[in-house]
Design a binder for this molecule. Sequence first.
Ligand code: PA5
Length: 420
Amino acid sequence: MIQFQMFDHQPERCEKYHQMLKDNLPVLEGIGSEADFEKYGDSLGWFDIDTWANEAELSAIEELAARVRRDADVFVLIGVGGSNNAARSVIEAFPECDGPEIVYAGNSLSPWAFEQVMNKISGKSVYIDCIAKNFQTLEPGSAFRVLREYLYETYGDKANERIIATGSRNSLLETICKEHGYSFVEFPQTVGGRYTAVTAVGLLPMAVAGIDIRALVKGAADMAAELKGCRDITQSAYRYAVARNLYYNEGYRMEMLASFEPQLHWFYKWWIQLFAESEGKEDQGLYPISGEYSEELHSVGQFLQDGSPVIFETFLHVKDPQASMIVHPDGRVKDDFDYLNGKDFREINEAAYGATLRSHSEKMPCMVLEVEKLTPYSFGESFYFFMYTCYVSAGILGVNPFDQEGVEAYKQRMFKALGK
Ligand code: PA5
């Protein structure tokens, strides 16, 4: 369950919002409709969770993950953009999981970054998964080559047992897997990278790390049922999608997703990619940014409160941090913090959140999305909630949320420079 609330003190804007909720209902009615499946069918494979996260898929993922977990010290997730962000956001949120260390490669072309990867895996039992939908992307393709070479040098003929590739059916990557005896995992043809959180693309690395992927899938499925079961102006994702479009129309150009939980550090990256690549086209779209509080209240907080009025804020508020830390009275050192005596950081963090929301909402529109606590289940809910919102929001904006032709511009020049 994700609760949505708006904090907007301008009555005229609130009136416009209610009008927009009524006016855009045809967009909501079109979501997942036959017409949309005709239009976007090659990209809507994520819409029904069961299509790519059914019992057969989950069992196969768990079986492969168990094999890796038995023997690996390190699992290298090779992928970029939508291919690694979702898995990383969950894996890094639960460092207490008992799986092999997860190392990320193929998300950069920096030789320094590559050296760090090689240092991390050196001397350890290594398995790799190269995730690449079209297997043309330079970052994963080049990293796969270097890491394959390392595995052959280290394990000789047995290297193939340590190589997994997640790619499209009938692709070169599948052929390579067949020819060389690597494990092949299907990258759903009907799901674009940034919508793959609840498919084998995201779930396999999560399962290797020890995340309860069944709980995550259940969270996504429950959220799908909730959103599909409510198709009127009270639906939370629709209200959120309409609000962000209202603020865009009102001249705001950036949406900041802000939270007081550092556990969400990598989730922001997933969220930013989802919205930037889905909506930033045809000279339109909100630029998504993140606010990591309370730390960044001491940097961008100043801009938000007093700077150019181009940003509105969406707080992702976690009600129960599932942790506690009491500040005890200090009998030795006399500092000026006795007002904290006996207080729990739960209460202190919550006070900072409340104060920030009140102060920022005096300056800019603020919204709150509230989750009970961060668990694999709530990550599943959140993935689905934001993917669905993005689909609706792009519909209101009038852009196709599933393509990303803009990223080709630099690629063509780069390929030319490299003699491809
Ligand atoms: O969301 C997307 O579709 C993209 O960000 C892709 O995930 C990214 O470009 C990587 O693509 P590929 O898996 O084909 O290498």
